[in-house]
Design a protein around this ligand. Structure first.
Ligand code: SF4
Length: 733
């Protein structure tokens, strides 16, 4: 398998050379893929007999991620050559380099390059932003060809490309040599030879100016396909043969600007460099000439709901990834971002802690002083790249000896193409470095950031070679930013503790690097919720780690808690302990119900909701003796319908029209109106309450609300202040 990046200045002929080289490989029986990485998107045109492909970037603009299909962007040209065009914005607008990054990310999802013997990347080389450097990253090209003529600007671009390679590779050897595409300008041969000698590279091939190319392109094909010039054909056939054999590779040794000028203008410079006669390692060429079936199984398995539906972004992936990663207490979370992005994250993470502290006087773990650091990217990094600053920051943090360093990239890092994956090389035993390529909101919304964080941390930290420890569980998918997460956890881990079951790892909440590494020792995984995030995470752990999951999320309300305890008790062989816990709580639940009856019994409850089930509230309301007068189930719910297991007739109106709210309030005169969003106008209802997004778990979920209603009803002394509301209705509404 050989992956070749063909770099060269725009207009130098690299597409012609790439396409003819692809054709030569295909003629020798190899399966070939050519990826055009020039915004002009005409790299593969002559392999496709003039057909212009839909570019990957145009396709991504109009297609929802879940609808991505490889066949929509991959065409088969001459001798079955796979053809893809990245595309890009019009000159002068947008960021073409970012386009290359997005294209490669999509192609990676389809694992496209793994299915061909030969991949050729045809890349514009006179642009020096990080995006255009993507093909020279190690996971893509193993061999680099530099196309140039003898003109100064072409040689200048060739030297720049060598600089880019040097930045990535240091002294590694990946350059096969210079492809000299003759323009027939005066002194050209000497200039190219001087340049090649100065940079210690061979002239890999010399392609003369020839009518054969013009004739073939006139007929919408490559010279190799047309075959009218044996001399031209033999050049490409020989190039392909060399690249399939033990092709020697060389390190990139770019010249300084002064050296380049001297070289090109003909001054005889003395190269200080020792001649490099080492040969590159032989590359094994796959014998398979026909590509295996490309895996087109949905590559976007872990997308947020927002991404699946192509909705406006809710928050940014950087913030989501940071908010989750800060829960690793002994790690430093490094935002590769401007200060402002890190500050926004700091605010959202710490606001949860502050809210809890102000409301309940309780300190939340992690949230009040998140372990965040920042590279503080500014204009210089955005123009010249932020990798140097990132590396020096990582080295500085390493001196603090954290148990792990997690790097999260924000928008600017993604736009300029900083390759934060390279920082993994600075990992050392006992201090892994985990990059999370969130790239701000380019990879998605807040929830997508959570998924990126979960997947990156799992894949980089979790060990599969550990023994299972019986009687242990992981808690999975607790919410990083809700104020009752810790309280819910303490209640549930208390129940588990009574059954002799220990919590191994919380993925990811108030945890440690070691706990994450030992994730696989747990016997069973307990999801904290049964929502989309928890289901997606479950799918991930089942697929990649063979993890075993309990079906239900943490229980909400009395009935669900009884069921949860009985099932978990049965699983761990502790049904008697589960019954004991239920008995203990039954008494306190009933006592609370009796205390609320004098205030709430007989009071009317009306509910307007898009939740699919609210048994946890309705049961408590019924136990207390409240009358449920109306349940309006709104039809724009993302859940399906409205369900109840209480076994009583409930006055449910499906597809409830919210315009009927006021008339229904007049008709039913409820004492308590419960809705997902409470109105600022009470309409004379004594208590308007909001259904919590993340209710407290356990036996008392319904009691929490009922106690509040009782308090508010007792306090409800309607007086003169009520006039404000009438005035509001009169003048504002
Ligand atoms: S959207 Fe981008 S710029 Fe804005 S906070 Fe997120 S990472 Fe920073």
């Amino acid at each position: 398998m050989r992956r070749i990046a063909v770099y060269g200045k725009g207009g130098i002929g690299k597409s012609t050379i790439s396409a003819n080289l692809s054709a030569a490989f295909a003629k020798s029986g190899r399966s070939v893929l050519q990826i055009g990485c020039d915004p002009k998107h005409d790299s593969t045109r002559f392999l496709l007999h003039g057909l212009r492909l839909t570019t990957v970037l145009d396709y991504m603009r109009v297609t929802k991620p879940l609808d991505y299909k490889l066949d929509d962007i991959l065409a088969r040209g001459y001798l079955g050559i796979g053809c893809v065009e990245a595309g890009g914005p019009k000159p002068g607008v947008g960021c073409a380099g970012r386009g290359i990054i997005s294209t490669f990310e999509l192609l990676d999802q389809f694992k496209l390059k793994d299915n061909y013997d030969i991949t050729i990347y045809d890349v514009l080389g006179d642009v020096v932003c990080g995006g255009f450097a993507v093909p020279i990253r190690r996971e893509y090209a193993d061999t680099i060809l530099i196309v140039t003529s003898g003109e100064f600007m072409a040689l200048y671009a060739a030297n720049n490309i060598l600089r880019g390679i040097r930045n990535y590779d240091g002294s590694e050897k990946r350059v096969a040599g210079i492809v000299y595409n003759q323009r027939n300008v005066e002194g050209e041969d000497e200039r190219v030879e001087r340049f090649a000698k100065a940079v210690d590279l061979p002239i890999f091939a010399k392609v003369p100016r020839s009518d054969a190319f013009t004739r073939a392109e006139h007929d919408n094909m490559t010279a190799m396909e047309q075959g009218t010039s044996p001399a031209i054909c033999s050049i490409f056939t020989e190039m392909a043969a060399t690249l399939q054999g033990d092709c020697p590779l060389y390190e990139a040794k770019p010249l300084t600007d002064e050296e380049l000028e001297q070289t090109v203008l003909g001054t005889n410079i003395q190269s200080q460099r020792a001649a490099n006669d080492e040969m590159g390692e032989a590359t094994v060429i796959s014998k398979a000439a026909v590509p295996e079936e490309v895996d087109v199984a949905n590559p976007n398995r872990y997308l947020s709901k927002n991404m699946v539906r192509s909705e406006p972004r809710h928050g940014c992936a950087f913030n989501g990834a940071m908010s989750s990663a800060v829960h690793i207490k002994d790690a430093v979370i490094l935002a590769h971002s401007p200060k402002s992005c890190a500050y926004i994250t700091y605010q959202s993470v710490s606001s949860t802690g502050r809210r809890k502290l102000f409301e309940r006087g309780a300190l939340l773990p992690v949230a009040l002083s998140p372990n965040i650091d920042c590279t503080e990217m500014g204009q210089p990094e955005i123009v010249f790249g932020g990798m140097e600053k990132l590396e020096s920051k990582v080295r500085l943090i390493k001196q603090q000896r954290p148990k792990a360093i997690v790097i999260v990239s924000a928008c600017p890092a993604g736009i300029i193409g900083d390759d934060i994956d390279r920082m993994k090389e600075l990992s050392e035993p006992g201090m892994p470095i985990v990059p999370i390529k969130a790239d701000g909101n380019m990879s998605g919304d807040f929830q997508q950031g959570l998924f990126l964080s979960y997947l990156s941390l799992a894949r980089n930290l979790i060990r599969k070679d550990v023994d299972e420890v019986p009687g242990t569980v992981n808690i999975v998918a607790e919410k990083a930013l809700v104020t009752n997460a810790q309280q819910n956890y303490e209640l549930m881990s208390g129940f588990l503790d009574r059954m002799g079951v220990k919590v191994n790892c919380r993925f990811i909440y108030d945890t440690t690097t070691e706990a994450l590494q030992n994730f696989c020792t747990a016997e069973l995984n307990l999801p904290a919720y049964s929502d989309y995030t928890a289901k997606t995470l479950r799918r991930f752990f089942e697929d990649e780690y063979g993890s075993k999951f309990y079906d239900r999320g943490f229980p909400i309300g009395y009935d669900e808690t009884c069921t949860w305890l009985r099932e978990i008790g049965d699983y761990f062989g502790k049904p008697d302990v589960a019954e004991q816990i239920i008995d203990d709580n039954k008494q306190s639940y009933q006592q609370a119900v009796e205390e609320l009856k004098p205030i709430l019994s007989g009071k009317k409850l009306m509910v307007i909701t898009f939740n699919s089930g609210l048994d946890w509230i309705l049961k408590t309301a019924l136990d207390i003796g409240m009358k449920i007068v109306k349940i309006g189930a709104l039809d724009y719910s993302q859940d399906e319908g409205f369900r109840s297991r209480l076994g009583v007739d409930l006055p449910v109106e499906l597809e409830y029209n919210p315009a009927n709210r006021d008339s229904d309030l007049k008709k039913y005169k409820p004492d308590v109106l419960l809705a997902n969003y409470s109105s600022s106008v009470s309409n004379g209802v004594p208590v308007s309450d909001t259904i919590p997004m993340c209710p407290d778990v356990g036996f008392e979920s319904g009691l929490v609300l009922a106690r509040r209603w009782a308090r508010l009803i007792q306090m409800s002394a309607k007086g003169e202040w009520e006039q404000d509301e009438h005035l509001f209705e009169k003048y504002y509404a």
